[in-house]
Design a protein around this ligand. Structure first.
Ligand code: NAP
Length: 312
């Protein structure tokens, strides 16, 4: 009897663990899951979901006994929460266990952008250094002014790390937080105008759609650097590309894009950007912890116990 359906592409470790859960079956994608035989779909009570394709009410309705969607990842913007709530389906995610890795990557990307680590590596490997060519001087990051757009769990970890780099911490969140010495700004434009570097750590989804607008990028200015580890949807990518190409923004470091993995190739032609393949949480330890938390939520649900990390 298939009571648990795992949707998505899981690591061998997670796949092996899912396979040991009583009543578990796997499907590679939402489309594949929706096409399972009706008798199988009717038995499914919990879905372990991994992916970024829209999971809305139309898909949920294919599983009439569904009561839980356990998302792999803290960002659950692919799941239509209103549709889930309307159908009495609970949603869980995997917060906190990935904070360190995502924050580490954000800081690493900012350093890479300022100190041109990718170009420096190429300069050494290519033999240019050995041939006597100087590597151009670049930009100091420590001691600069950084703005965190979205001081949530990950934003806070990024700010803590950058504070250790002697940086002045500014932020925007919907409410001022208890962070003495850090400056809260009234809106994202005011934040961008006050800093050298802007790091985006917002949730994705309709509420934060293009919050990093052309106006925010203009406030950041021709020496400003944007770092995005949140979701591609939070940035007006057309406005960002125009400004990067025209020198109206200093640079960017991006782990997420509107279209993934087939991101806008205009980015690849730019020398003032650092590009990463959405790998913020991508370490062995953290991905294993995310999978464990996803399964723990399902196990709690199946045992009739309270969910560990319910978001809706
Ligand atoms: P979080 O603790 O919930 O923080 C989310 C931030 O978004 C908070 O600052 C929150 O504002 C803000 N926010 C939420 N709803 C908003 C709204 N309606 N309007 C404006 N701001 C809103 O989440 P987290 O654990 O830090 O994760 C943040 C995001 O990082 C995830 O949602 C995910 O998309 C992304 N992420 C990316 C990777 C990667 O691989 N690159 C990995 C993990 C997560 P307040 O401070 O005002 O509450």
């Amino acid at each position: 009897m298939t009571e648990i359906l795992a949707i998505g592409s899981y690591s061998p470790v997670d796949q092996a663990a899912l396979d040991t859960m009583p009543g578990a079956q796997c499907a590679g994608s939402l489309a594949e899951a929706a096409d399972l035989p009706e008798a199988t779909r009717a038995q499914v009570r919990a879905i372990a979901f991994k992916g970024h394709h829209a999971f809305d009410g139309t898909v949920m309705d294919r599983f009439p006994s569904l009561a839980l969607i356990a998302n792999y990842g803290v960002g659950y913007d692919a799941i239509n929460v209103a549709d889930a709530q309307a159908r009495g389906v609970a949603v869980t995610n995997t917060p906190d266990v990935l904070n360190d890795d995502v924050a580490d990557l954000a800081v690493g990307m900012l350093i890479a952008q300022c100190r041109r680590l990718v170009q420096g590596d190429h300069h050494a490997r290519s033999g240019a250094w050995a041939a006597g060519q100087d590597f151009p001087l670049n930009r100091k990051m420590s001691g600069g002014r950084v703005g965190i757009l979205g001081l949530g769990r990950i934003g806070r970890e990024i700010a803590d790390r950058l504070a250790a780099f002697k940086m002045e911490i500014h932020y925007w969140s919907r409410r001022e937080k208890d962070t003495p010495g850090w400056q809260h700004h009234a809106d994202p434009v005011a934040l961008a105008g006050a800093v050298d570097f802007l790091v985006v750590a917002l949730v994705g989804g309709p509420e934060t759609e293009s919050m990093v607008s052309g106006a925010v990028l203009d406030a950041l200015g021709p020496k400003g650097v944007l770092v995005n580890i949140s979701r591609g949807s939070t940035v007006d990518e057309g406005a960002l590309l125009d400004r990067l190409e025209e020198g109206r923004l200093g640079g960017a470091a991006l782990d997420v894009f509107r279209s993934e993995p087939d991101f806008d190739r205009r980015f690849a032609a730019l020398d003032n950007v650092v590009l990463q393949p959405h790998q913020g949480s991508g370490t062995h330890v953290t991905r294993a912890a995310m999978g464990q938390l996803q399964r723990d939520n399902i196990a709690a649900f199946m045992a009739g116990k309270p969910l560990l990390t319910q978001v809706a």
